[in-house]
Design a protein around this ligand. Structure first.
Ligand code: TXE
Length: 498
């Protein structure tokens, strides 16, 4: 298979695309025990650029057993933390060194702008990798005093954190490298082994990541990859009795199914699920900040961002100016394939996802919503025009469900009270933003917003040191931050009489 589009790609990328489909077990690319493959499409043309293995339950079992053997023999978890840290820093260096290959591959299979691939999938990834690598040497427990019976007997009591075992990382397709690393890196930093399953839509870069980890010195078997669909490979992985923890990012529906499996097996689980993220614009907000902020918050990566702004609630005096400025902005966007670095509107990830986003717009039209379409898009490829939906109404599907496309609903509200009530009227609670020049109003409203992250005068900024995760049905647990590794360890209390 190959890319035959109009842009020049690196020879290394062409070579990678032409490799026989494989999964990654015990430090190497290996063939599946079955023969099923999944086509990988270039979203800008709809043409197939590669085939990936659609892993069987037997493949998954092989990968998990390899990871389990690597965990049990201690080759990684009993390594000096400083050595693990050094290897993981090297891993980050190599991802940067191969950055253009990673970026082009990601743009080819995902459709996103090459600029976003370079900045986030490679640049941000390397920063997250270094942050987590550094946590390898910070794992610690506590000593504590107890009230156990005294006398001649003395007690020393403390906790230690121990690597949890084999981690299943289930990744989505919107940021295939970055989000995969959010699962793989904390697992590796604690001394766990990991089996990563990327989305069936974007399976390629995970395989290159695993290869790169080996080159950095991660022992064979510690980081395995199975590609394939959710129904077979995903289910086999999350149900496998040797999996100690699942880290999942994806839809709320799949997250709930995985959560139920996890509870029945007592597998530890972190779920980062969808969002329906409000942006509240108060009447004193500075539109010169709000407009670029909402354009980035709503349209970055085609809106295929779990924390993307999707419901804007604006106080009445600013409504007309805001709608006018956003309309001009979406009309001024340049359109093109992800490999065109100037194009701001790129295709969505797949034909199925394009159809899903269009179905929300069709429903809104049928319900009489006022739709403002931006820059025109080509017929070939999975493009969607950047779109505003004015006064969508609280019960429209598009207001209640995650659309995950370049679509912003804009609603006029009387005051901040109404904005907060409508913003909180959602089963999801991942992120939210407040736009105001009055820090006093912001400080009062922050605590009333039901979301895992509240941004003020910005939206969608994330950082390795800032915990991230959802309230309500947006998930369970938090990623990032100094306590991130807790979710990849068991806490053991030790009680010594002496
Ligand atoms: O997600 P799924 P899909 C949202 C977004 C999007 C919707 C559907 O709204 O339109 O989800 O996308 C694997 N057991 N997000 O269908 O099904 C699957 O193979 C184990 C939000 O892609 O959740 C893939 O690797 N695994 C989001 C991963 O789960 C299973 C990012 C995600 O797929 C499985 C992406 C199963 N039963 C989509 N079924 C975010 N939170 O950022 C599927 N999978």
């Amino acid at each position: 298979m190959a890319y035959d589009g109009p842009f020049t790609i690196e020879p290394k990328v062409s070579e990678f695309l032409s490799l026989d489909p494989a999964i990654f077990i015990d430090g190497d690319r290996v063939a599946s025990e079955g023969s099923a493959t999944l086509p990988v499409y270039d979203p800008s043309s709809g043409r197939v650029i590669a085939d990936a293995v659609d892993a069987t339950a037997g493949d998954v079992d092989r990968a998990v057993r390899s990871a389990d053997a690597a965990f049990r023999d201690g080759r990684w978890r009993h390594m000096r933390p400083a050595d693990r840290e050094r290897i993981l820093l090297k891993f980050a260096d190599l991802v940067l060194e191969k950055g253009e290959t990673f970026a082009q591959l990601e743009t080819l299979e995902q459709g996103k702008s090459i600029a976003i691939s370079r900045m986030f999938e490679v640049g941000a990834s390397s920063e997250w990798m270094r942050y987590v690598a550094g946590l390898s040497t910070k794992i610690s427990g506590r000593t504590f005093d107890t009230s156990l019976p005294g006398g001649p007997q003395h007690w020393t009591t403390y906790t230690r954190r121990e690597a949890i075992g084999v981690v299943a990382g289930i990744a989505p397709w919107n940021f295939p490298i970055l989000i995969a690393l959010w699962k793989v890196m904390p697992a590796l930093a604690t001394g766990c082994s990991v089996v990563l399953k990327p989305s069936e839509v974007t399976p390629l870069t995970a395989l290159l990541l695993a290869q790169t980890a080996i080159e950095a010195g991660v022992p064979a078997g510690v980081f395995n990859v199975v590609t394939g669909g959710g129904a077979v490979a995903g289910v086999a992985l999350t149900n496998h009795p040797l999996i100690a923890k699942i880290s999942f990012t994806g839809s709320t529906a799949t997250g709930k199914a995985i959560g139920q499996t996890a509870i029945s097996n007592m597998t530890r689980v972190t779920l980062e699920l969808g969002g329906k993220n409000p942006a509240i614009v108060l009447k004193d907000a500075d539109l010169a900040t709000v407009i670029p902020g909402l354009m980035a918050g709503g349209f970055l990566n085609g809106g295929q961002v779990c924390a993307a702004a999707s419901r804007v609630y604006v106080e009445a005096p600013l409504y007309d100016d805001l709608v006018g400025a956003l309309t001009a902005a979406i009309n001024g966007m340049t359109v093109g394939a992800g490999l065109d670095p100037a194009a701001q509107v790129n295709p969505l990830v797949s034909a199925a996802h394009q159809a899903k986003v269009l179905s929300y717009l069709d429903d809104a039209k049928a319900q009489g919503a006022n739709i403002v379409s931006g820059a025109a898009v080509p017929e070939e490829g999975y493009f969607i025009q950047p779109t505003l939906v004015l006064e969508p109404g609280d019960n429209l599907k598009l207001t209640r469900e995650e659309v995950f496309g370049p679509v912003l609903g804009i609603t006029k509200v009387a005051d901040a009270e109404e904005a907060v009530a409508r913003a909180n009227d959602s089963s999801l609670g991942l992120g939210a933003s407040l736009w105001t020049r009055d820090l006093g109003s912001a400080m009062t409203l922050i605590s009333r917003i039901e979301a895992g992250t509240v941004w003020v005068n910005s939206h969608v900024y994330i950082d390795p040191n800032m915990p991230f995760g959802g309230f309500k049905q947006s998930g369970i647990g938090r990623d990032f931050g100094i306590d991130w590794l807790d979710a990849y360890t068991e806490l053991k209390s030790v009680c010594i009489a002496h």
